[in-house]
Every structure is written in C-alpha cells, then in structure tokens.
Write a protein that binds this ligand. Structure first.
Ligand code: ZN
Length: 263
C-alpha cells in the first residue's frame, strides 16, 4: 500500500482522494485547474476539487487539529455549523469504547484559532468528511508545519499542539490499556526520552509533540501488544519505534517500513 484513499461522490461517480508523499491528490482528475474552471463556468461543484481547495486553505491551520479525528475508535457528535469561537473537544468522558466526545464551541479568538469567516466551518466539514484515515494524515501534516514554526521560534501554536497530543495520545492509551486506569499525557521536551509509567491510580505518559505526526498520524500507536512511545526515520527510510511492553517494564526496538502513504 503506497497511498491512503477515500471515495467521494463526484458528479454521480465515485472518485478517489488519496494521500501520497505528503500531499492530498484527486486521483481521478488529471486537470484540477480545468475542473475548477468548468465548475465555476457551469455553476456546478466538483467535490474532489473542493476538498483539495479546502485543504490548501487549511494546511497549516491549527483548527484542523481540533476539528478532525482523534482516532478511528472515536465518534464525534458534530454540530452542523459552529458559529462562534474556537472549536474543540470536550474532555473524554468514557473510558471504554465508543469513546464518544462532543464538539463544543469555546469562547476565544486569536492567532492559532480558526478563521471565523463564512467559509471556514464548511472547509473543516469537508475535511472532516474525508474520514479518519485521511484525516489522520491531514492532522499529521498540520502538526509537522506547526512544529517547524515552533522550531523557528514561533511558540504561538504550542498550546494547540499540546492539546492535540493530550487528546490523541490519551485516546490511544485508553484503548491500549483497555481503560484500566485514567490516563494523563504530558509533553516531553525534545531532548527528554518519552516515557509511560504508573503513578498511583493513573497512567502518566510523557511524549514529544512530534508523536502526533510521526506515530499517531501513521497509525502506529501500538504494534502488537506494545505501546509506541516514539520513533524516528533512519537512513534507509524505515521507522525505528520504541515499543513499551504492557507491564511497562521493557522497551523494545520495532522497525517498520513506511511508504508514500505514511509520508
Ligand atoms: Zn471528482
């Protein structure tokens, strides 16, 4: 498998939108600009092109982190159209599947929040509609771009990145541990080894912000019975993962190949 794909209804046909080599692509349209022009001239819509355009407007938008999936096990009660303020997740209530959470409108505006123009909620709904598999790639891509900004000295996106890590790693850990204990996720510093330990009645994880892009975004949160604390790409293009045993005692190196779908 070299691409992640989802099918969309497009002019009465089923078309493929794919994630490959770090880009969202409309696999069944050779000439995207031409389709866009035809749609405007004819007053019609082309859902494949609309999805590409929605993504191009939000490819470094922190709002994507809160609007899209936290994981395949989650279902979201999503309001039709958030009208004011930021959109975020309510705290995770259930510790066992289906891990239902509610999209809530939270007061607050400013840098890092979604633009609240007329088109913004629709764009995010379009991206949400692409499903959790593609959605996880989009979240990973936004995370990467925001981390580049952080590395360049712009810390404005840090709160949203921390919230994204806490929500996504928290859900993955709850599933991995079968909801045995409440989970708390802290942000590990870039030079601090990631960890997971039991602290009283809690499972406490310290993970790096890049975990969302490198691990969660590739569907690698657990491999076998191991929880993946982190990992990095080696010179041959493999991911070398740190997998923690269920008794939290042993960390094992796990090597997986990544391809165009994982980039
Ligand atoms: Zn199409």
């Amino acid at each position: 498998m070299s691409a992640i794909a989802t099918l969309v209804d497009c002019g009465g046909e089923r078309h493929r939108l794919v994630w490959r080599d770090g880009e969202l692509q409309a696999a069944d349209h050779g000439d995207v600009d031409g389709e866009r022009t035809l749609a405007v001239l004819g007053g019609t819509s082309c859902p494949c092109v609309e999805a590409l355009d929605a993504w191009s407007r939000h490819a470094d938008d922190l709002a994507v982190l809160s609007a899209l999936t936290r994981g395949p096990a989650e279902t979201i009660d999503r309001p039709r159209r958030p009208r004011t303020g930021w959109v975020g997740y309510a705290p995770l209530q259930a510790r066992r599947p289906p891990y239902r959470s509610t999209m809530v409108a939270v007061a607050g505006r400013g840098r890092g929040g979604p633009a609240l123009g007329a088109e913004a909620p629709d764009d995010l709904e379009v991206l949400y509609g692409l499903g959790p598999a593609l959605g996880s790639r989009l979240v990973a891509a936004v995370t990467r771009r925001c981390l580049e900004r952080v590395a360049a000295g712009d810390a404005a996106s840090l709160p949203a990145l921390r919230a994204s890590l806490a929500g996504r790693a928290g859900l993955a850990l709850s599933i991995w541990s079968d909801g045995a204990l409440p989970v708390r996720v802290e942000t590990a510093a870039p030079d601090e080894p990631p960890s997971l330990r039991r602290d009283g009645d809690e499972l406490v994880a310290a993970l790096r912000l890049g975990w969302v892009a490198d691990i969660w975004g590739r569907g690698l949160t657990s491999v076998g019975d191991r929880f993946v604390l982190g990992g990095q790409e080696d010179a041959s293009g493999d991911m070398v993962l740190s997998g923690l045993s269920p008794d939290l005692e042993r960390i094992e190196e796990i090597r997986v190949r990544i391809d165009g779908a994982g980039r």
